[in-house]
Every structure is written in C-alpha cells, then in structure tokens.
Write a protein that binds this ligand. Structure first.
Ligand SMILES: N[C@@H](CCOP(=O)(O)O)C(=O)O
Length: 428
C-alpha cells in the first residue's frame, strides 16, 4: 500500500514511512492510495472468524510489506487481547463497548497497534523516535499506556489544563519513564496546533525524529476499523445497522467509513457531537468553519477543528451530496446528555458515559420504524464519575485499573499555549 499526502505536495510513501513521519512534510495527512475491497465470502462469514483473523485480514493490505506477516500477527494479537462486546440496551439500540482495554477507552486499540509497529521499525533501523500527541482526554492515557517502556521511543503528551477528567489526567501524568505530560494553558485545538507546527519546524526536526500518535498517524487511525468488524460479527438482525459514533477529531468514524467502503454492510453513519458542532454546521450549510473548542461534559470530543474531516471528504471524493447520503451529524448539548444518562439508566438499567450518551440520544432521535443500530460506547463511565454519579445518584464501582491510579501523584510541565514556549522547552 502506498500513502499520499492530502496536500499533494509530498512524495508517496510506504506504511512504515507514513507511520514514522506521522504527518507528510507538506503538512498534509497521509491517505491510502486505494481502499481494499475485502472478499464477499470473508464478510459473509465474519461470525465464524476469530478476532485475530479479522484483524490480520483487515490490516494486512494497509501494512503491505512494511512488517512481515508473523510479526503483524503477533502485533494484532497483542493489540486486541480484550473484549469488544455488543450489548443490547433497548429493542432498537445496542452499544459496542470499547472500554474493556487497559485505559478504559477505545483509543487503546490504535495506541497499542501503533506502539508495537513503531517498536518494530525502531528495532530494525536502530533509530530513536519522539512521539508528540495532543489529547482532549482519552488519547493521552491510551498512548501513555501503549508506549510505556517501548524501545527507542519518548512520548510527549500535550493536554489542556483543567479540561480533562481527573482519572484521564492521572492516566497520562503518572506513568513516568519515557512518558512526559505537558499541561497547556489553552484548549485541545491549541495542543493540536502546537503538535502540527512542531512537525513542520526545521530546528526541532533536526534535533528529534518526530512523529504523531494522534489519529493523524495512519498506524493509529486505521486499526480503529476493527471495532466495526467486531460489531458486525455480533450483529443479530437482517438489516444492516445504523452506526452512531461520538465524534471529536473524527478519526474513529472515518475508520468506520473505510470499513464500510471495504464491504462491511452499514445502513447509515451518524457523527454525534457535543456543543463543538463544526461538522453538524458544515453538513447543514455546506460551509466548513473551524471554531474554537468549548468545554463540555463529554470532554474527549471538545475539538473545534477535527483533523480527520479532510480524510472523510477524500473518501467521498470531495462530493458533498455523496457524503450527506451516508453521513449525518448532530450536536447534543450537556443538559440533554445528562438527561439521557438518567433516562437510559432508569429505563434500561444501562449506564452510559457522557460520550456514549451523546451518541445514544443522536441515534434514538434518528431511528424510525423498525430501524436498528448501535452506538460506540467509547469510554467507561468511571472515567467521569462526577457527572455520572451526580445524574444517577448512584456510586460507580471503581475497577482495579483505576483504583491503583488514585494514590498516585500527577507530574506535568505547565506551559502557555504558544508554540515558542513549547519549542523552547523542547530545545532545552
Ligand atoms: N478525542 C481525542 C482527541 C484526539 O483524537 P485522536 O483520535 O486524533 O487522538 C482524545 O481523547 O484525546
């Protein structure tokens, strides 16, 4: 597989080069030159396949010759060694629970896959890589966990001060070793802008081999397709599902659309957003206007300028009508999100996290007649106990993986949101 830059001013590269660079030199996102269509037989017999088989079959065309098959099989097995259950909430809505990994959020899959790929590339080229990552909540913890102790890799996580949940903050500020957390006095878009500027900065690039562990990196983005295959493997109805994805940086839903274009049966996609409504507004007006991110209770989606939207446009060959026929997007406010957590708990005894609740409400509003669908439950409610407990009046049982964090002390470097402050810190 060859990858090109969406800005079309950089050389085409292999999977290995795209993963090691993160972003193309012309600041474009890498994109696969074609979307492989999987054999019909494979899709029809998903139910009889193992998670590992599905993972290998889906990822192999994207990885190409960059990683030998036996190593890729091992990487996939280590990436997906937890459950992805599709749990029925109501007659028409199920939840694909993506929070059974080590950091209780869907980012674990991409972070584990990418860290192992990079570890493999570094062992072979004997290079040292510095991974920069911006987070609005869940990516940071997953990347810290996935890259902890990986050979030849240092990780620098930038997060918006005061705008991630206490559990998320502990996950990304306490691992130590090769992981450093930078607390930025700004919002997620400021963190993401600093990271993107760093990739284009000559001085920093002379000193460090930089890459990204956000979904702008193909090795973080593409494995997210696997969720959709695992969901369809468990889908019990004849009609294909409507799939609703809580969306911030739009990497996850973009990966879902790739899975659909590879042959996975899907009726419609809905990108459920919080008050950060850049994409819902675009789908209504046809004018894309990035906005300043605003803080909400579903903080991992507090993104005003979603990086992956350019990839979604590319998948639909820049055709607005084609895009609109397959993708809808709505904005759900915090009060409605809280009311949804409460109602779903009372009616169906299912506890949603704020991100899942945004998706649940968007899907419930969309479905009509006998239509059925599922949401991606992207994070465990225990990552947001203040919100969830206040709404339901019940205490959430704290899992072991969170319990041990609570006694740890946060360690971070506080910086302003200017690129110069970050560059100065990096140079020192
Ligand atoms: N929702 C994210 C924001 C970054 O998204 P990514 O998928 O591009 O890493 C977060 O939780 O940090």
């Amino acid at each position: 597989m060859i990858y090109y830059s969406l800005n079309h001013q950089s050389p085409r590269v292999s999977f290995a080069e795209a993963a090691v660079k993160g972003q193309a030199p012309d600041k474009g996102l890498y994109f696969p030159e074609h979307i492989p269509v999987l054999p019909k037989d494979f899709i029809q017999h998903l139910k009889s396949k193992s998670k590992e088989d599905i993972g290998f079959t889906v990822m192999k065309p994207y990885v190409g010759e960059s990683i030998p098959d036996d190593v890729l099989q091992q990487i996939i097995a280590e990436t997906i060694n937890f459950d992805f259950p599709l749990v029925q909430i109501s007659d028409s809505i199920s939840a694909l629970e993506l929070f059974h990994g080590p950091t209780l959020a869907f980012k674990d899959v991409g972070a584990r896959f990418m860290s192992r790929c990079l570890g493999y590339f570094n062992r072979h080229s004997k290079t040292h890589t510095t991974v920069l990552v911006a987070t609005s909540g869940d990516t940071g913890g997953a990347v810290a966990n996935g890259f902890l102790g990986v050979d030849g890799v240092d990780v620098i996580i930038l997060y918006p001060s005061g705008k991630v949940s206490p559990v998320q903050e502990l996950q990304l500020t306490t691992p130590g070793r090769n992981i450093t957390a930078i607390e930025v006095q700004g919002n997620f878009d400021d963190c993401q802008a600093i990271v993107k500027q760093a990739f284009a900065d000559e001085t920093l690039n002379k000193k460090y081999a930089l890459t990204s562990a956000n979904s702008i990196n193909v090795a973080r983005w593409l494995p997210q397709q696997l969720y959709y295959f695992y969901a369809c493997q468990q889908w019990q109805f004849d009609e294909p599902p409507v799939i609703c994805v809580p969306s911030g940086n739009f990497g996850n839903i973009c990966a879902g659309i790739v899975a659909y274009m590879s042959g996975l049966p899907v009726k419609h996609f809905i990108a459920a957003c919080n008050a950060n409504d850049t994409v819902p507004a675009f789908l209504q007006t046809g004018a894309y206007k990035a906005r300043q991110a605003v803080a909400t209770i579903s903080n991992a989606m507090d993104v005003g300028n979603p990086s992956n939207f350019v990839r979604i446009m590319e998948l639909f060959q820049q055709k607005f009508d084609g895009l609109k026929s397959m993708l809808g997007s709505v904005s759900i406010d915090d009060e409605t999100t809280k009311a949804t957590i409460k109602t779903v708990k009372e009616q169906f005894n299912y506890l949603l996290d704020p991100h899942g609740a945004v998706a649940y409400k968007a899907l419930a509003d969309y479905l009509s007649g006998n239509e059925k669908g599922f949401i991606l439950e992207t994070a465990h409610p225990v990552k947001f106990p203040e919100t969830v407990e206040a709404v339901t009046g019940e205490t959430i049982k704290i899992p072991e993986s969170v319990q041990h964090l609570l006694s740890k002390t946060k360690k971070s470097v506080m910086l302003t949101s200017s690129f110069e402050a970050f560059k100065d810190w990096m140079m020192r």
